[in-house]
Structure formats: C-alpha cells, structure tokens
Write a protein that binds this ligand. Structure first.
Ligand code: ADP
Ligand code: MG
Length: 241
C-alpha cells in the first residue's frame, strides 16, 4: 500500500502553466523528490498533495483512500514552505504550537509536544525567542519543528533550504535526512537542485513544463535518463560525481 498515489493529476492555470497528468506511487517512509527547473510545476503538485490546491482532473490517494476532495486539515500532511511562513509576532514556542492548537490538541499536551519538536531540531533553548530575532537557518528549523509537531504521516517540503547559504544548506540537509530516517515519515521534497535531490531522495521525479519526464532512483536517472531533458538537467551533477 502506498502512502501517496497521484493518478493523472492535472492542474492548468489560465496562463497555461501548471502540472499535467502527474502519476506516481510513493511508499510509506520513502523520501521522494520533485526535481526540475523553476516553473515546471513542483509547487503546484505539492500544494495539490497538501490540499491547498484542487486538481482540475485526476485523483489523489493516501493509503488507498481517495483524498482528492479532503480539506488540508484532514490529511495529516504538514507543509514546510520555502519562505518558512512563520508568524513574526509570535515567539518560537507559539509558532510551533500553532498547528497543535489548530487541531484542538488538549492544552496539557501542547507544551510537551512543542518541546519535543524543538528538541528534534535542537532549538529548545530558544523557545521564548521571537522568530524575527533568529537567523535564517534557525527560522528554517522552527518551520520544520512546526511541521513535525503535529506528528504528520507525510511531510511536504517546498525548497526548504534554498534561502540558506551553501554551508548551512549542506549541514541542514544532513540533519533533515537523519530526522526522516529516525522518525520514519514519508517526505516529499521539492527542489530545483539536482545535487540535493540525488543526495536526499530514495526516488526522484524529474519535471519540465508541467510534465514528468522520469521517476527513478538517483542512479537510474543518472545512469539511464529517459529523455534528453533528464540527461541535460543532470549532466552537471554527473560530471561532478
Ligand atoms: N496561482 C497561479 N496562477 C497562475 N499561474 C500559476 C499559479 N501558480 C503557478 N502558476 C504557473 O504554473 C507554473 C508552475 O508553477 P509552480 O508549480 O510554482 O512551479 P515551480 O514550483 O516548479 O517553480 C508556472 O508557469 C507558474 O507561473
Ligand atoms: Mg516552486
């Protein structure tokens, strides 16, 4: 049984962009990457899986249940946005507690759950700090803690490291891989960075102009690219390894 199945998911905006006929099966506990250049439809696909966007056609299944029409809060999927989308007027604790309060978690368990999530990202000592007083890397980890606090089955990450400098990006990438391994959630990770996808993912879907060109393990897409586009997009990575 797959954690997430997209069956010919299509969403085309008035201007013509979007995603077309996207089909994939993502296993429980898998780290799955959506890779492709800017504008190829990665965020659109992720937002459809989160329930923030409705497909024009196609079906979405979580563990064989059709969730296409389910609202986001029913899906037990948490999203980490590229911009972090933290609440600037709240401190770290309140930001992480937000999802728990929204799902009406009993008051007595909110505190422990927030601290547990903050410990996962090594930020518990900064719980009372305003998020505007944190570095970019720390803000990114608060956003991750906020997602993890609700103990989601699925974590959706939209270019979560792209606002960090190269060194921090690399370190945070490793931490994320360790966390996913330890906690066992299914991760769907959007990136335009082929190195990131290849390093992190069990399998990668390569997209261009709303179309999926190939789904495969990092070695499959590197060694046997299905199209000229996949080959050229990964060429830089292949020459670097
Ligand atoms: N809300 C929207 N309204 C109109 N066009 C959109 C909207 N969101 C995305 N698009 C268009 O759909 C295409 C895919 O966008 P997106 O999924 O954000 O790509 P990516 O995340 O891969 O950069 C782009 O051409 C983009 O301009
Ligand atoms: Mg995007």
């Amino acid at each position: 049984m797959s954690a997430v199945r997209c069956d010919k998911i299509t969403r085309i905006y008035a201007e013509g962009g979007g995603v077309r006929d996207f089909t994939c099966d993502i296993a429980k506990g898998e780290f799955f990457a959506l890779l492709g250049p800017s504008g190829c439809g990665k965020t659109t696909t992720l937002r459809i899986i989160a329930g923030l966007e409705r497909p024009d056609s196609g079906k979405l299944y979580f563990e064989d249940t059709d969730v296409t029409d389910w609202p986001p809060e029913r899906r037990n999927a948490a999203m980490v946005f590229q911009s972090y989308a933290l609440f600037p007027h709240m401190n770290v604790f309140e930001n992480v507690a937000f999802g728990l309060r929204a799902q009406k978690e009993p008051k007595a368990t909110i505190g422990p759950r927030v601290h547990e999530a903050l410990e996962l990202v090594q930020l518990d000592s900064l719980a009372k700090r305003r998020v505007t007083e944190l570095s970019g890397g720390q803000q990114q980890r608060v956003a991750l803690a906020r997602a993890l606090a609700v103990q989601p089955n699925i974590v959706l990450l939209d270019e979560p490291l792209s606002n960090l400098d190269a060194e921090l990006r690399y370190a945070t990438r490793k931490q994320l891989a360790e966390l996913q391994d330890r906690l066992g959630f299914t991760a769907i990770y959007v990136t335009h960075d082929q190195e990131e996808a290849i390093e992190l993912a069990d399998r990668v879907a390569v997209l261009k102009d709303g179309k999926c060109h190939q789904i495969g393990s990092p070695s499959e897409i590197l060694d046997s690219p299905a199209t000229d586009f996949v080959e050229s997009f990964l060429a830089r990575q292949r020459s670097a390894t």
